[in-house]
Ligand binder design. Structure first.
Ligand code: ATP
Ligand code: MG
Length: 396
């Protein structure tokens, strides 16, 4: 029914030949049903980790997940995760099962999975195993829990955000029962680690369904980012925004004062710096050429453009004006316009050559030169700058 990559077929064939059941499972089967090329393939099998290792003796194995029953086998250089059928024990902390028990029954393995669309298995030997109506839900385009939603969220609160993420990325709606349980159980997210929350949130925010999911589940987002309140205007701005994570976070946060909500999720430095820069600038700046050059002394072109986009999306700048500012910024960038001391057509050695000592004094001279260039009073040309520097150090 589905075409699997040769490496996956080989692994399934080897496990079956050794007397075990084996299937491709989870996201890859969901994507195959949707007619989308999966980005990776997970395999589930009745073989125990020891039996998986014995079956693939001679292959390179990575044993990192072994205590969870996962063996990673390198087949033709491709890592394939092979996991033993398992049932999860009781969940103690709303996130992790207290124990994992291996099983010989695929139904056990599928029933512990989060959503019907993620709980299907496929093997060329055994066909599609769809015990919970995953294919029907793909056709209906809905995210629905396997089993009783509230109980599944009690087991693992992260599933609440996973539901939002899949709804957004797949462009699906959330089924009624699951939706009701999400709103009811949202406070469980306060037990989930920052890293896991951010990882789901970033995928949700950059998915095609981000505006509708953000609007429908604003209360859930406010649990993980208590500093913010998601208004209709926020949702509307996100719906018109380019799919850029920093821009969407900036729109969600709205103002610099809400930045701690992002900081708490421990974003990587680059994302945090971009959002911070955008929100700082969004408090206002002059958009004439001199104003823009001043901004560009300490903010990148991308952050500045993002801020203008944000201000336009929030109705704080006229859309046509914003487009014109962005065009001017990109022109300045293409021209390589001088906006910082490194771009001055003069070096520290030049200044030492005319008797200006390195250190604080040189910093002052360079700042004065840059100010002259930025305001258009001094041309960024070496001989002009040298004259200005001499004059400044005499009189300034
Ligand atoms: P993607 O294409 O984004 O990788 P995926 O479905 O593969 O989507 P993963 O997070 O990689 O998503 O998880 C793999 C599979 O493991 C899921 O399809 C689901 O069956 C199961 N799964 C993952 N996380 C959970 C969870 N928290 N609770 C229950 N099942 C889960
Ligand atoms: Mg995956």
């Amino acid at each position: 029914m589905f075409r699997l990559p040769d490496t996956v077929t080989l692994a399934l064939d080897m496990l079956e030949a050794a007397g075990f059941e084996a299937y491709a499972v989870g996201g890859c089967v969901r994507d195959l049903c949707r007619g989308v090329l999966p980005h990776d393939y997970d395999i589930t099998t009745s073989a125990t980790p020891d039996e998986i290792e014995a079956t693939f003796c001679g292959f390179r194995l990575i044993e990192t997940g072994i205590k969870h029953g996962t063996v990673t086998v390198l087949v033709d250089g491709e890592p394939l995760e092979i996991t033993t059928y398992r049932t999860d024990g009781k969940y103690l902390d709303n996130r992790h099962p207290s124990s994992v028990t291996f099983s010989l029954n695929i139904a056990d393995d599928l029933s512990r999975r989060d959503f019907t669309v993620n709980a299907m298995a496929y093997s060329p030997h055994r066909g599609l195993c769809d015990l919970f109506g995953g294919r029907r839900d793909i056709e209906r385009r809905v995210i629905e829990c396997v089993g009783e939603p509230a109980a599944r969220f009690d087991e693992d609160g992260l599933r609440i955000l996973r539901a939002l993420r899949f709804a957004s990325c797949l462009g699906f709606t959330v089924g009624d029962a699951t939706r009701a349980a999400i709103h009811e159980k949202k406070s469980l997210l306060s037990n989930i680690s920052a890293e896991r929350i951010l990882s789901e949130l970033r995928r949700m925010l950059t998915g095609g369904g981000a505006p509708s999911v953000t609007g429908e589940f604003s209360d859930v987002i406010e649990v993980v980012m208590p500093e913010i309140s998601v208004t209709e205007a926020t949702v509307d701005a996100i719906s018109r925004s380019r799919c850029d994570l920093a821009l969407r976070f900036a729109l969600l946060l709205g103002d610099l004062s809400s930045l701690p909500a992002l900081a708490r999720l421990k974003p990587e430095g680059k994302l945090y710096a971009s959002v911070k820069s955008t929100l700082e600038l969004a408090r206002g700046f002059d958009t004439d050429d001199v104003g823009l050059r001043r901004v560009l002394r300490s903010h990148s072109y991308d952050d500045t453009v993002r801020t203008v986009e944000m201000m336009s999306l929030c109705g704080r700048m006229d859309a046509a004006d914003a487009d014109a500012v962005i065009l001017r910024l990109r022109e300045m960038e293409a021209r390589g316009e001088c906006v910082n001391v490194r771009m001055l057509d003069i070096t520290g050695a030049d200044l030492i050559g005319i008797g200006i000592p390195a250190g604080r004094r040189m910093g002052e001279v360079l700042d004065a030169l840059l100010e002259g260039v930025i305001t258009g009073r001094v041309e960024n040309e070496r001989s002009v700058l040298l004259l200005f520097a001499k004059d400044f150090s005499k009189n300034g």
